[in-house]
Design a protein around this ligand. Structure first.
Ligand SMILES: Cc1ncc(COP(=O)(O)O)c(C=O)c1O
Length: 381
């Protein structure tokens, strides 16, 4: 009997080591990584300043609890928060979204939440209720009743946001759902309608945040000012962390005892996050944008024309290659693994790329060439 529960179907590759944007398996084979551990190890697998910051903290204290002031968490919040926001720390993206839903409920005194098909926000009862994947909700009902799941980028959502609405939760680029990019006009209209109706706009930046799109928060690319922002994944570069950020006037509705957890703000994890944020400088973010533009140009030239490719979507270094149903994405992923390249899937037969943000342009070019060859080798004649 496997001592681990059967909730995943892992690939038959055991990864045991990593450096920069490469991973190494048990047999010593090196892979070019285009996954970052699902958008987590954005600054690579051997980031010395993060390693040193974590090591230094390990020599002091590993855990404090939230009963005492926490200078490391304060330093992280100061770097993380946009002006006028406050942070609440937890351990994952799901927990950050749960905190956001609770805060929205408390701040507005209302319970109706609008969320979107193909949006992914987690698998606890609250976050699953606002996740637009009927097949992963199946068997877990009744979920939270007061949720409307509407079509993304669709005008009908604007009419649904009314005086009863506590919050709208969305990703500006839906990651798991197929790397679907929100339309700027639509996102701005959603924000405007939220303001008119007294509803809060929660933007889930768990996958799109922390530099992934070339912005600290992807919503900056769409000129949005959400009431609540959730982050996780890349914030700790591999150590588990989540955060819910809210405008101070919204955050003020949480009083001592309203929400909490044991590990949030853990100083070892915060030492990593503090270093991650120190490295997300405007210059670094500009290089990510530049790499993203060059990557999309390569993809347009070499991948888009292939008959098995329907379209390419994304922003920065968050990419979706939408494949024809005749070419199952899992076959492409396996073929690329044979060639020493690790990739991801997303909904809708999508090949998803989330390379570490420190990847270089030569590696990205090699990756695009290998993906083109893999697709051609597997395409039905
Ligand atoms: C947009 C988004 N929100 C929430 C989550 C859940 O985060 P976690 O797995 O850290 O709980 C994910 C995970 O993939 C995500 O992509």
């Amino acid at each position: 009997m496997n001592p681990i529960m059967n909730t995943y179907q892992p690939f038959p590759i055991e990864l045991v080591d990593g450096h920069d944007f490469h991973l190494v398996d048990k047999a010593g084979k090196t892979y070019l990584d285009l996954t970052s551990g699902i958008g987590v190890c954005n600054l690579g697998y051997s980031n010395k300043p993060i390693y040193e910051a974590v090591s230094a903290q390990l020599k002091k204290v590993w855990h404090l609890s939230n009963l005492y002031p926490n200078a490391m968490a304060t330093a992280v919040a100061e770097k993380l928060n946009p002006a006028g926001y406050q942070s609440f720390f937890c351990n994952s993206g799901t927990e950050a979204n749960e905190a956001a839903l609770k805060l929205a409920h408390k701040a507005t005194g209302k319970s109706k939440v609008i969320a979107f098909q193909e949006g992914f926000h987690g698998r606890t009862i609250g976050s699953l209720s606002v996740t637009g994947y009927p097949h992963i909700q199946e068997g877990f009902g009744p979920l939270i009743a007061d949720v409307q799941l509407l079509d993304y980028n669709d005008q009908a959502a604007l009419k649904a946001i009314d005086a009863e609405t506590a919050a709208v939760i969305l990703e500006v680029v839906q990651g798991e759902g197929g790397v679907n990019t929100g339309k700027k006009d639509w996102l701005q209209a959603i924000q405007k309608q939220c303001q008119a109706a007294g509803a809060l706009l929660i933007i889930d930046e768990v996958q799109s945040g922390m530099g992934r799109t070339g912005y600290k928060f992807a919503h900056e690319a769409f000129d949005l000012q959400p009431d609540i922002i959730t982050v996780a994944k890349g914030l700790g570069n591999g150590l588990p962390v989540g955060a819910m950020l809210a405008k101070a006037e919204v955050a003020a509705h949480f009083k001592p005892g309203d929400h909490g957890n044991t590990f949030g703000g853990n100083p070892v994890v915060m030492a990593a996050a503090n270093q991650v944020l120190a490295q997300l400088t405007p210059i670094f973010l500009a290089t990510v944008q530049e790499k993203g533009e060059k990557l999309f140009a390569e993809l347009d030239a070499k991948i888009k024309p292939l008959p098995a490719v329907l379209s390419i979507s994304g922003l920065g270094l968050m990419v979706g290659i939408h494949l024809d149903a005749a070419l199952p994405v899992k076959d492409v992923i396996s073929k690329l693994q044979e060639k020493g390249i690790l990739t991801l899937s997303a909904r809708g037969n999508t090949l998803r790329l989330l390379p570490p943000l420190i990847i270089d342009e030569t590696a990205l070019k090699t990756a695009v060439e290998s993906i083109a060859i893999a697709i051609q080798e597997l395409s039905p004649a």
